[in-house]
Design a protein around this ligand. Structure first.
Ligand SMILES: [Zn+2]
Length: 118
């Protein structure tokens, strides 16, 4: 069973833009990204404004995962820079799971499907 989170518009280009600019000035990244959007909210699906909101990864839609981001000292950073397409296991067999747009390298295994219940 899949929760339909943020269903609708495809924000993949936005997320790729944010990821491509990790390590750079948040103010510039934000104004550039916000100028391309009709509303800024999707930026904050990935970017945590407070320490409490920081997440190592964020799921968008059914099976697209992205690095969680945050801002420190004016720079956009990854919450966990070590996380990659081999870090997570797919939560189901029917979808193509991706991490930052790259397919998961781990196969689906039943035992791993508990991942999402956290
Ligand atoms: Zn599925």
């Amino acid at each position: 069973m899949h929760a339909n989170v943020h269903r609708g518009r495809d924000y993949t280009p936005l997320f790729k833009f944010l990821l491509a600019n990790v390590g750079k000035s948040w103010n510039e990244i934000y104004s550039e990204a916000a100028s391309r959007l009709d509303r800024p909210e999707p930026i904050f699906w990935l970017v945590a404004l407070t320490e409490r909101d920081r997440r190592e990864f964020v799921r968008v839609g059914e099976s697209s995962y992205y690095s969680g981001l945050y801002v420190d000292d004016g720079l956009l950073l990854r919450v966990n820079p070590k996380l990659g397409p081999s870090s997570l296991a797919p939560s189901c067999k029917c979808c193509t799971h991706t991490f930052n747009g790259v397919r998961f390298t781990q196969p689906f295994r039943l035992a791993d499907s508990a991942l999402e219940s956290g």
